[in-house]
Design a protein. Sequence first.
Length: 280
Amino acid sequence: MKLIKDQTMDQERALYNLKNSEVRNCIFAGESDGESVLKESRNILVNHSFFALRYPLWHAHKYEIKDSEFAEQTRAAIWYAKNGKISSTKFNGVKLLRECRTVGIDDCTIVSAEFGWKCQDVTIFDSNLVAEYCLFESKNIEIHNLHFTGKYSFQYTKNVIITNSELDTKDAFWHSKNVTVKDSIVKGEYLGWFSDGLTLINCTISGTQPLCYCKNLKLVNCTMEDCDLAFEYSDVEAELKGSIVSIKNPKSGLIVVDKVGQIIHDDPVMPCKGKVKIRK
């Protein structure tokens, strides 16, 4: 591979259509404030480099990024890219990853308000992520050991597996399909509304009004802390440990729990035949 190292560049499209190359110890920043420095690159490795310019890696194919940093100025850093690997890298620019395919993220720290929209075939391992809207309308996602903080996460996602993670979020998994969360902590409000095929296994869940208007909802060996008005108008099969504050108008299915503060059946707008069973 061609080696480009120890350079500083700030011009427009500085390395446009770069092919079969390693970029090492380079800085992309400066007064010219040029955009798209590595646009349309093919088969490249970016190693120990720093970016502070907009749109650096649009339309990249077969790219790898290691031990690098993308500053706040690198808004929309990676769009329309395919077949990427990103490891041990920090991102601080808004709108990271948009309409990308096949990208693996490992040991990264990411702060990006609109992260990962309309992407597919994404893996995220051993990372920290802060995002207001996370992976909106994305599909085929595998996540392991993620510490996530945000608000409207995983909305309209499809085919998602999350394990050993901590999600501090609200309005998570709205309208999602075929999502499984295992061995994780899920904190927030209004979890999983309008989801279809959401499964939570060995999870600790907290927050008000979770899991309403759900189809094919399943909980296995989960704990629900400070959860009230849960399961309204949902089709649910749940085995819960401990106590729950209140359950309201489950549409169908069976909820098994050690203790429930209140079971509410009041003025439903549809037939609600869900059952609640208290363990003895």
